[in-house]
Design a protein around this ligand. Structure first.
Ligand code: SF4
Ligand code: SF4
Length: 189
């Protein structure tokens, strides 16, 4: 391996560490596999969190950012709670999501589109709006799935589990100020 390649590999793991609160702990991973074994979605992931950390340290940016692993993470924090070395696994998954979107890898999954539709409603109303989410995300990204889900949506509506119009939380301006500040701190627009 050339010194340039080694430098590039060092660079990426350092970026992941720098973008994650307590990210330096990633270097303490002992590859015990507790995280993957604890993950409710591990079976759906291209690489378990343990394998992802191994790839990050090895500088395999392309493999990691084009994988589905971070998009399958449901942020349950189970792995983080069980990791014997207090590695911020869930936060690293968020870092990888941000990096994948920023660098165009997000196009390999429609999860970023779902996240975008979800945050649009949270920004505007302070909560999710299922009907809008279904139309905004499914019609644009999965029109066939939207048709199949129509029956379920109708049943939810009949049982009062799905509103036809969004409702705004009280004091939305305060939540919006918090979101604005978080975006500023995170360097997002
Ligand atoms: S549980 Fe922690 S130490 Fe074990 S493999 Fe996962 S991240 Fe590494
Ligand atoms: S936080 Fe994500 S990676 Fe960790 S156990 Fe939950 S789903 Fe799996």
């Amino acid at each position: 391996m050339s010194s340039t390649t080694r430098a590039r590999k060092r660079e990426w793991v350092d970026e992941v560490i720098a973008e994650t609160p307590n990210g330096h702990r990633l270097r303490h991973c002992i590859q015990c596999g507790t995280c993957g074994g604890s993950c409710p979605n591990g079976a759906e992931m291209d690489y378990t969190p343990r394998a992802v950390f191994n790839l990050i340290v090895a500088g395999q940016k392309d493999k990691v950012l084009s994988s589905n692993t971070m998009w399958q993470c449901v942020s349950c924090y189970f792995c983080t709670a069980r990791c014997p070395h207090q590695i911020p696994i869930t936060d690293i998954m968020y870092t990888l999501k941000r990096m994948a979107i920023r660098e165009g890898y997000g196009r390999t999954s429609d999860a970023p589109a779902l996240a975008k539709a979800f945050t649009h409603y949270v920004d505007k109303y302070g909560r999710s709006f299922e009907m809008g989410l279904a139309s905004r995300y499914h019609l644009l990204n999965r029109p066939l799935a939207a048709m199949k889900m129509g029956g379920m949506g109708f049943n939810m509506f009949k049982r009062g589990r799905m509103a036809l119009t969004p409702s705004r939380i009280r004091q939305i301006d305060q939540l919006q100020a918090i979101i604005r500040k978080a975006r500023q701190l995170g360097g997002a627009s």
